[in-house]
Design a protein around this ligand. Structure first.
Ligand SMILES: *Cc1c(COP(=O)(O)O)cnc(C)c1O
Length: 362
């Protein structure tokens, strides 16, 4: 038996063991072809099946309505920060940005350099301890779009629900929580997610986009930066990140076999409850960094009473096989990333460790 760490890394992050094992089995000889999936053309029937199947599984799992396409792009979510304003900001129209933390801020700053923008809501006054209430989002009727970040990976906050923006297209960065729970895709005109947190390895970015939005996009752009290039070629305009899409395909099948997104949400709630309970039941020994109604199912952030105690927590937890618990350098403290592939047992072990550490140091 291979020894697996209690992996709470923020990204790249844990993958399901079953997926890694299947990939290992097929690594040298992909389903009897005598070559790996990486060694054949992206236009072969084998790869085309991987690509088509992954696209239809995204649609099936999320219940994506007709009139949308699923794209597999490169350049990470960070390239989407630029591609979105380049394609959808027209002169005289501003993109509204919901500022909820570091990632929303990066998207906003990138767009500001490309076209007109406005701040549709900001959590700055609360130190990004909560997501804005839906009524606090300023949806200007003439806006090109509203951009929000579904889950702030660094702060540890997540929208519980999404606004209805009427005729104004809603765009969501779902990089750290895509497929963690059922999601009403019809509220969005575009959803994007770098795969390396909740969907697979790095190297592929999933985009779910309404055909109508693609049709309206700016055509005066470099070929690779146009959404219509990829929409018209089933994401096979140029060589795609074959291995990343292949692994994402296996992860999608694993989610389906686990029971789909309802099951995923139930498991994620059970997992995170263990850790949030350890925080809330600690009499102030652990302090959550986010208001309870904005807490994330994917990234749990908390602090201890002093830097020394936090250093001790990191050191002792590492000795017991826990990985990735140090908070992001921008906010410090602790962060446990509990993505879909992080097993319940890892979360149970962490909650037990937290309770034990508190008893010994409280
Ligand atoms: C990680 C992350 C990004 C950046 O993703 P890259 O693929 O590295 O560009 C953007 N947004 C969110 C919410 C993230 O968690």
């Amino acid at each position: 038996m291979t020894k697996r760490a209690y992996n709470f890394n923020a990204g790249p992050a844990a993958l399901p063991l079953e997926v890694l094992q299947q990939a290992q089995e097929e690594f040298v000889d992909y389903r009897g072809i005598g070559m790996s999936i990486m060694e054949i053309s992206h236009r072969s029937k084998e790869y085309e099946q991987v690509n088509d199947e992954a696209q239809s599984l995204v649609k099936e799992l999320l219940g994506v309505p007709d009139g949308y396409q699923v794209l597999f792009l490169q350049g990470g979510a960070s390239t989407q920060f630029a591609m979105i304003p380049m394609n959808f900001l027209k002169p005289g129209q501003a993109g509204g940005y919901v500022l909820t933390g570091s990632w929303a801020d990066k998207a906003y700053k990138e767009a500001k350099g490309i076209g007109e923008t406005y701040v549709a809501a900001t959590g700055e006054a609360s130190g990004f301890r909560r997501m804005p209430a839906l009524g606090e989002i300023d949806v200007q009727p003439e806006a090109a779009y509203i951009h929000l970040t579904s889950n702030e990976t660094i702060a540890g906050s997540q929208f519980a629900d999404f606004p209805d923006t009427g005729n104004v297209p809603l765009i969501g960065d779902f990089s750290s929580d895509i497929l963690c729970r059922p999601t009403d895709v019809s509220k969005f005109s575009l959803i994007y997610a770098g795969a390396q947190k909740n969907l697979g390895p790095s190297g592929v970015t999933v985009v779910i986009v309404r055909d109508e939005l693609v049709e309206r996009a700016n055509k005066n752009l470099p070929t690779m930066l146009r959404f219509d290039t990829h929409a018209q070629s089933k994401s096979l305009y140029n060589t795609p990140p074959v291995y990343s899409v292949y692994i994402a395909n296996l992860v999608l099948k694993w989610i389906k076999a686990t029971g789909g997104l309802e099951a995923m949400e139930r498991i994620n709630r059970d997992k995170t409850k263990l850790i949030y309970d350890a925080i809330d039941g600690s009499g102030g020994f652990y302090r959550g960094l986010v208001e309870p109604d904005s807490r994330s199912l994917m990234n749990i952030t908390f602090a201890l009473g002093s830097e020394e105690l936090e250093a001790q927590f990191i050191k002792e937890s590492a000795q017991q096989g826990f990985v990735g618990l140090k908070g992001h350098r921008d906010v410090g403290h602790m962060r446990a990333s509990t993505y879909n592939a992080v097993p319940y047992e890892s979360c149970k072990a962490l909650a037990d460790f937290m309770n034990d550490f508190r008893r010994r140091n409280g």
